[in-house]
Design a protein around this ligand. Structure first.
Ligand SMILES: [Fe+2]
Ligand SMILES: [Fe+2]
Length: 711
């Protein structure tokens, strides 16, 4: 109601000028009456009584005995009078109210009726222009230091005197306000019935009257489907606007912004779930805390950032930050909260997204909860302090309670995330960092049986994992994903471990008795089997994709060349396509890195006398070859990335083979330029033909194989 009928205040602009002239008159007259004649005995207490009476008579106000004595002792001097009027200068232009309108009518404004100007009325919406008596007094107390007039006589004492004398020129007119409200109600003909929460509208057995029907109809109107639908419609429009932003405003960062339809759906589902949970959670928390008196603050306990953390883990930071903006805008609308709440939800969510980052361990998740909660608590504490400025008593209990709730909500968000994320992972088919952390555990059944059945492959995979992780981190790709995918990239070899060089014992190579085309098929099968096992063990799409792409469309050149040698024109031409892995080529940077790490690790393993030069040449050769074969045409690896990868691989592989390098005669090679004699040795001469694709890409049938593994 107060929104439609602003309260009426009477304003008398003559109050302050009249007050000032009365005091001028009081000073002048009393000086003349009592202090102009030197004969008067000023020490006589009767004189002081007389002065007091005169002051009240002339000014209409009574002075405090202490102040009266001070003025009496100074004989109401012209200096004090001058100080009095200089200090009251600023009051002439102010509207000073006898009640604090700022806090009561901040939202609605007030109507000011000018009592000495034909009751002219003005609606004032910006009530901050109106001072309360307290505010006027506060300004007065600081005024001497503001005007910096050194000639002012005893300004501090005079301030204390004026302090309680200041009159207000604006007063609340209760009668008029009530009359206006009644008039409004009559005009609108709508009776206002206040219903308290939980109040029973009709008792059992009570006769239903017209009033009851009206009451029920109006309650129904408040919760009607039309209002509900409008809310839903507006919410969806805002959501789609943000989704449109996600899809179109990529601002040149396509790599981070390109979202699929599935991603948009996940974004929509999570946002709707969070909004729904906020609405119900808010009611539930209010109910629980209603007996503690904190029901206004319990919304700060809602862990809004959980949605942001889940989106960061599933879709990355662009979607997550968009969510944080969206939730801070919609959250306070849904909960009918203040601007501070919007700021709270943005800070909590954005800090959580930032700190959770790539999330390399479960600890990172809880660190993120603590940090985000702490940041939000600080911001809300600052807000509370700013908002309580001007209050006589700062509501410390509320400020501390809301800050504590903020901190708790940060922690709660991470707890909820760790419970819910496995469901979302399986529903939408995402592989989040949390899932990857789980997979990186060597006790995983797949890794365990790989170790038991194919120890050579297991060892190879662990080294590939380290290579891929470090290189991926260096080029800004997802190191955790690269490492975990590398652990699992060759799980398909478990079925036929002995067909792969790393698991063979010397002189025992089953490929010797097979047709080259058959051998190639067995090599290809490890990818297919790996993908199937990955799906069966729910490794997640991102890891399974890398298993599928880790050989790209490379050629099993050893078996191809062998087939060429054995080719008989009568039986048809040997097709190169039959000796190529089916692909697809690496689709992500992580897949490309795993492909390179895999090939480089296997090839380095086959070098007889590894020196830094030989290793460097080998790594360079493999990376160049894969690049020239256009294996990276579908992923975003740049030239610069490839250079960084080469440097990192060489560095790690050299340090891994360190113990094999330090022969007395080769010591110089360690410290010599990479382009030294060893470095120039053609890498193909050290490669082994049976280490399937890892080295076959650079070997050919003419390789003079020296080491004992061959035949
Ligand atoms: Fe492989
Ligand atoms: Fe491999």
């Amino acid at each position: 109601m107060s929104q439609r009928v602003p309260p009426i205040f009477d304003y008398d602009e003559t109050v302050i000028p009249k007050w000032l002239s009365k005091w001028r008159f009081t000073f002048k007259t009393i000086r003349k009456e009592f202090y102009s004649s030197p004969r008067k005995n000023l020490r006589n207490p009767n004189v002081l009584d007389q002065v007091a009476r005169r002051v009240t008579q002339y000014s209409g106000q009574t002075l405090h005995p202490r102040d009266l004595l001070y003025l009496h002792e100074n004989k109401f001097s012209p200096q004090i009078e001058e100080t009095f009027f200089k200090l009251t200068e600023f009051l002439k232009a102010r509207i000073i109210s006898n009640v604090d309108v700022f806090f009561s009518y901040y939202a609605t404004g007030i109507t000011i009726r000018q009592v000495n100007k034909d009751l002219r009325e003005n609606l004032i919406t910006d009530v901050s222009r109106i001072w309360s008596l307290d505010q006027a007094r506060e300004v007065l107390s600081r005024y001497p230091s503001i005007i910096k007039d050194k000639k002012l006589f005893n300004a501090r004492v005079t301030v204390e005197i004026i302090d309680y004398l200041i009159p207000s020129n604006l007063s609340f007119n209760q009668t008029e306000t009530e009359q206006r409200i009644n008039q409004y109600l009559k005009a609108s003909k709508q009776p206002v019935i206040k219903i308290k929460k939980g109040q029973i509208l009709i008792h059992r057995g009570e006769k239903i009257t017209d009033q009851h029907v009206q009451l029920l109809q109006s309650v129904k109107a408040l919760t009607s489907p039309a209002i509900f639908m409008t809310r839903i419609l507006i919410t969806f429009s805002i959501l789609f606007l943000f989704l449109y932003m996600l899809f179109t405003l990529h601002l040149g960062f396509r790599r981070f912004w390109a979202l699929q339809l599935k991603d948009a759906f996940a974004f929509l589902v999570i946002t709707m779930l969070v909004l729904g949970a906020m609405t119900f959670g808010s009611k539930w928390l209010q109910f629980i805390f209603s007996s503690y008196g904190f029901e206004q603050l319990t919304d700060y306990l809602i862990p809004v950032s959980a949605g942001g953390i889940m989106l960061q883990l599933m879709l990355g930071r662009t979607a997550a930050y968009t969510f944080s903006l969206l939730i801070s805008a919609l959250g306070s609308v849904f909960l009918e909260q203040t601007f501070a709440y919007s700021v709270f939800s943005f800070i909590l969510t954005a800090t959580a997204i930032h700190t959770v980052g790539d999330c390399r361990s479960r600890n990172d998740l809880f660190k993120c909860g603590a940090w985000s909660g702490f940041s939000a608590a600080l911001v809300i504490m600052a807000f509370g302090c700013v908002q309580s400025l001007g209050f006589k008593e700062t509501p410390w209990v509320s400020i501390f309670a809301s800050s504590f709730f903020c901190f708790l909500s940060g922690i709660l968000a991470t707890v909820i995330t760790s419970f819910l994320i496995p469901f979302f992972e399986s529903i939408f088919g995402y592989t989040t960092s949390l899932k990857l952390i789980e997979l990186a555990n060597f006790h995983h059944p797949l890794l365990h049986s790989l170790m038991m059945k194919a120890p050579g492959t297991y060892h190879h995979s662990v080294i590939v994992g380290s290579l891929a992780e470090i290189a991926a981190d260096q080029v800004g790709a997802n190191g955790l994903l690269a490492r975990v995918s590398a652990y699992y990239h060759d799980i398909g070899k478990m079925n036929k471990p002995l067909y792969f060089i790393e698991n063979q014992s010397p002189g025992n190579n089953p490929h010797d008795h097979l047709q080259p085309s058959m051998s190639a098929k067995i090599l290809f099968s490890h990818v297919k089997t790996g993908v199937r096992m990955g799906r069966d063990y729910r490794l997640g799409n991102r890891v399974v994709d890398i298993i599928e792409q880790h050989h790209g469309t490379t050629l099993t050149s050893y078996f191809f060349n062998k087939a060429k040698e054995l080719e008989e024109p009568s039986l048809g031409k040997v097709e190169e396509a039959h000796f190529r892995y089916p692909g697809p080529k690496p689709q992500t940077r992580e897949a490309g890195i795993v492909m390179l790490a895999d090939a480089c690790e296997a090839a380095t393993r086959s070098i007889t006398d590894p020196t830094p030069g030989k290793i460097q040449a080998m790594v360079h050769h493999i990376i160049t070859k894969r690049f020239l074969e256009e294996q990276f045409s579908d992923c975003d690896l740049t030239f610069k990335d490839l250079q960084i990868i080469e440097v990192q691989f060489t560095r790690i592989l050299v340090s891994l083979h360190h113990h094999r390098i330090e022969y007395p005669g080769q010591k110089s090679a360690l410290h010599s330029h990479p382009e030294s004699k060893e470095g120039q040795a053609h890498p193909s001469k050290q490669s082994h033909p049976h280490s399937h694709s890892h080295s076959h890409s650079l070997s050919h049938s003419h390789s003079p194989v020296k080491h004992g593994e061959k035949k």
